[in-house]
Design a protein around this ligand. Structure first.
Ligand SMILES: Nc1ncnc2c1ncn2[C@@H]1O[C@H](COP(=O)(O)OP(=O)(O)O)[C@@H](O)[C@H]1O
Ligand SMILES: [Mg+2]
Length: 111
């Protein structure tokens, strides 16, 4: 069964992104299957996984809005050996755009 880790703290610059990237890499080294989901429009987690945030074809933004599939957005961290749903600045608009959409609070959960 999948385990979900969420690294959350309202304060900036306390190591959330660093912890998430290193946790993903460490679990991957233990032969666990890992999906790193970047939900920060800064895209630092994406970059930390070795994926250029400016070159994304699809990202977590399109997934949340239901205009791209998981397969279209998922990328591989070659260095880390795990999968990544990447993010970039487009995600900043998602909160506003989701307001009018149904079940916006469970979009990440639903297939
Ligand atoms: N354990 C640590 N020791 C020293 N510096 C750290 C540590 N964890 C993170 N940093 C540095 O602190 C800064 C902020 O970390 P970051 O993970 O981006 O924070 P957040 O995601 O909470 O904003 C970065 O420059 C990062 O390299
Ligand atoms: Mg961060």
């Amino acid at each position: 069964m999948a385990q979900i880790f969420c690294i959350a703290n309202q304060k900036g610059g306390v190591g959330k992104t660093t912890t998430a990237v290193n946790l993903a890499a460490a679990l991957s080294l233990q032969k666990r299957r890992v999906l790193f989901i970047d939900l920060d429009p800064q895209g630092n987690g994406t970059m930390g996984c070795g994926i250029e945030k400016r070159d994304l074809n699809k990202s977590i933004y399109e997934i949340l809005l239901g205009i791209a599939s998981f397969d279209q957005a998922v990328r591989r961290s070659e260095e880390g050996g795990f999968d990544v749903l990447p993010a970039n600045r487009e995600l900043a608009g998602a909160e506003v755009e989701l307001v009018g959409l149904d079940q916006r609070d469970v979009r990440l959960k639903k297939p």
